[in-house]
Write a protein of this length. Structure first.
Length: 206
């Protein structure tokens, strides 16, 4: 059964933040709120976490995983950001955007799109997520919690606890979260292509 951790959205209790991070370090899979609905998250080095996310979401190996980063400098260590992308991405973060970019050699191959060698990256505008990333000290392997047959990410922690009680190890509750997923911008070919319109304004990349 999944553990349920209820954290204050504006003033997250440090003890509970550490509890969630300890679960991640123990290679547990968490469901956590972001600025664009709930997501599934695990440590990058957690091989089982990747496979569990694919299984819960009913996806195959061509799924673009997202590496959730604390800030732009951490993002820049994971992906190649050329000059044309640098300014636009920097001005849109933190926020509800995911950018698909060519991965650096440091990113494990099993997390990359098998043909394109790309990965998604994002910097959420969400206080709790920022604190989790700071405490963890590394990016989080993540994917929107959109279940098979559904089109929007889940938004209610207690519902996730009921539906995924035996699929995830820990569910984080931290107040209301938006139901719209991130806007996904593929920048891997040198120019922005909006591949999913979501919470972030896609016109700034038009």
């Amino acid at each position: 059964m999944a553990r349920y951790v209820d954290i204050h959205p504006d003033n997250p209790q440090p003890r509970l933040v550490r509890q969630v991070v300890d679960a991640l370090r123990a290679d547990e899979l968490i469901a956590y709120p972001t600025d664009s609905g709930y997501a599934l998250g695990s440590r990058i080095g957690n091989r089982d976490g990747r496979d569990r996310i694919l299984r819960i979401r009913g996806l195959d190996d061509r799924h673009h995983f997202t590496l959730v980063c604390k800030d732009f400098s951490q993002l820049g260590q994971l992906v190649h950001v050329d000059n044309s992308a640098f300014r636009a991405i920097r001005s849109a973060t933190p926020g509800p955007y995911t950018f698909i970019l060519p991965a650096m050699p440091e990113v494990p191959k099993r997390l990359l799109h098998p043909k394109k060698k790309t990965v998604g990256v994002r910097i959420p505008d969400h206080r709790l997520v920022q604190l989790l990333l700071e405490e963890l000290g590394e990016p989080l392997l993540s994917s929107s919690l959109i279940l098979p047959g559904e089109t929007e990410p889940r938004t209610m922690g207690w519902e996730i606890k009921e539906d995924l009680d035996h699929e995830v190890d820990l569910v984080v509750e931290a107040g209301e979260t938006a139901a719209e997923p991130t806007t996904v911008v593929d920048w891997s070919s040198g120019a922005p292509e909006v591949v999913r319109r979501g919470a972030g304004d896609p016109d700034r990349f038009g």
